[in-house]
Design a protein around this ligand. Sequence first.
Ligand SMILES: Cc1ncc(COP(=O)(O)O)c(C=O)c1O
Length: 456
Amino acid sequence: MDYGEMHFEEAPKIIVDPPGPKAKKLLEEQRNYESNAVLYPLSLPFVPYEAKGATVKDVDGNIYLDFFAGISVLNVGHSNPYVLKALSGQAEKLIHTLDFPTHARVKLARKLFEIAPGKLKGNCKVLFGGPTGSDAVEGAVKLVKHHTGRNLIVAFEGSYHGQTSMSLALSSTVKYKEEFVPLAPEAHFLPYAYCYRCAFNLSYPECGLYCAQNLERILNDPYSGLTKPAAVIIEPIQGEGGIIVPPEGYLQRIREICSENNVLLIVDEIQAGMGRTGKMFACEHWNVTPDIVTFAKAVGGIGLPLAGILFKRELDTWGPGSHVGTFRGNVAAMAAGLASIEFMEKNKVLSHVDKMGEKIIKRLNELSEETDKIGEVRGKGLMIGVEFVKERDSKEPDEETVKKIQLECFKRGLIVWKAGHFSNIIRFLPPLIVTEEQIERAMEIFCEVTLSHTTK
Ligand SMILES: Cc1ncc(COP(=O)(O)O)c(C=O)c1O
């Protein structure tokens, strides 16, 4: 399929310096009526109006390349026509049914059952809970607590799992939680395999994956201070933490340690799943079968809220009503979600992701030769991050430069986002149907802006 037809052809095209007059007016009104808790417009004064594929038009007529995709939600592109058709067909007939079965619901559950990672394929149950990723994490935690009769959950530094009490407790972002503690008490953090800033000051592969072994160490030390966990929750590639791709062997070792110690493994695929990394689920890169997978974001097709968990059939020991909500699976979102998976399958989107991802990484690696500001380029498929530092030797994080680069890229028609422990990573998460030409144009903008901030 020619993905080129799915976008605004002219992107990027800036006709008025953003924010233009219409954008300014709406931003001002938003500030007036909405809470101070609103966050994203503080980074970019962006007021979207209409979107197609990997491109978005703002209210003043500027057209941007969207390399953020609503945080990995719009994997098949804004307003993907195939998905839109399924969505509107369903919306005209039926939208809300709690968890009564509908054709769209059962077809999507069957599809997820068929595409589930590893040994979950054909051997799992699906739960649609509330519509957010945070709620999927809540559901996963309730399931492991119910099933094991234990309470402790082990999470990782750099993790992000959501904003509800339990999912926030398991998230490492201190600024989001410090005013609200105590949250759920039974959460314990271990260092993740962030090799660029190894918490143990070791290097891969000589380290022998000490960060994974560390899990085994605490599970087997009677003086670790920790009761036996119900589960370990892990992102296969950390998203908010800074697109941190663990080295070969890490996720497999975590899986083995969990199995050997009778601790369940929850793999949070909310950001990395649904084709983002070139596999339907990122854990498939390492042939790891989780006990539970959380999904949300892109599973709702073109931006409809839908979330849930996939888990081993034998874990389905809880009873009716164990994790419910009024919006436990919106039928229109389900029709859109199913159509988006079909679209990916029919149009070989995953192999396109691999090719486009390689192209971006290659260009970013070339860029890093030209500047001392880039500490590391990393990623899989179209989940890519660039870590900015004040200089390569010191590795001191450079949040200020990242802020400027993000804003300047935006002013030139490219939307990218920040991430990382120190907000010093630029994240590239374009829709998976991004074209080669769009990548070339985006890289041109990003490289020029980056080099304008560098002396080497
Ligand atoms: C890995 C991961 N888990 C959970 C969540 C929470 O999802 P939501 O924002 O839909 O509650 C996010 C959101 O960014 C995420 O990236």
